[in-house]
Design a protein around this ligand. Structure first.
Ligand code: ZN
Length: 172
């Protein structure tokens, strides 16, 4: 398994719309393995393929405390969602060290293909619902900071740029 580089804002690739996967084969499974390893390595709970520069509709997640319950979603589609909203403080591996409270439907049903290419239905609520919706936004080129006011979004982006500048200087 390979740990991949996670793209961070600002980066045009993160704004691409990802493409449907035609079939789940060894190439896709290798990508999912690498994505999972990359996500664990970065202490994340979810990662979309576009965050490692691959514009495919693939997501990996693990919201368990023990970090041993990986979930894989290929071509996920929201079939149903609640009008009721929940608020969670969200962060994103592509927007390092920035957090904000975001409202999203508190329940959703998602149809998807699993690691073996089998069609499944997930009924998600709580953190799981928020996480899958956050990750599915990545497939449309949407980041959680897009839901913030312009002022807050710009402030977050400025901070990310500052952190990156500092990291670059330290690695010189
Ligand atoms: Zn994210």
């Amino acid at each position: 398994m390979t740990i991949k580089k996670i793209l961070t804002e600002p980066n045009k690739i993160l704004r691409q719309i990802s493409k449907d996967v035609l079939s789940v084969g060894n190439e896709e499974r290798k990508l999912m393995d690498d994505m999972l390893q990359t996500m664990y390595n970065a202490n994340g709970i979810g990662l979309a393929a576009i965050q490692v520069g691959v514009p495919k509709r693939i997501i990996v997640m693990d919201i368990s405390k023990d970090r041993n319950s990986p979930m894989y979603f290929v071509n996920p589609l929201i079939k149903n969602k609640d009008i009721k909203m929940s608020t969670y403080e969200e962060g994103c591996l592509s927007v390092p060290d920035q957090f904000a409270e975001i409202d999203r439907p508190s329940f959703c049903e998602v149809e998807y293909l699993n690691y073996n290419g089998e069609k499944k239905l997930l009924k998600a609520e709580g953190l799981l619902a928020t996480c899958i919706q956050h990750e599915m936004d990545h497939l449309e080129g949407i980041l959680f900071i897009d839901y913030l006011s312009k002022l807050k979004k710009n402030r977050a982006l400025e901070k990310v740029k500052k952190i990156q500048k500092k990291n670059n200087e330290e690695s010189k």
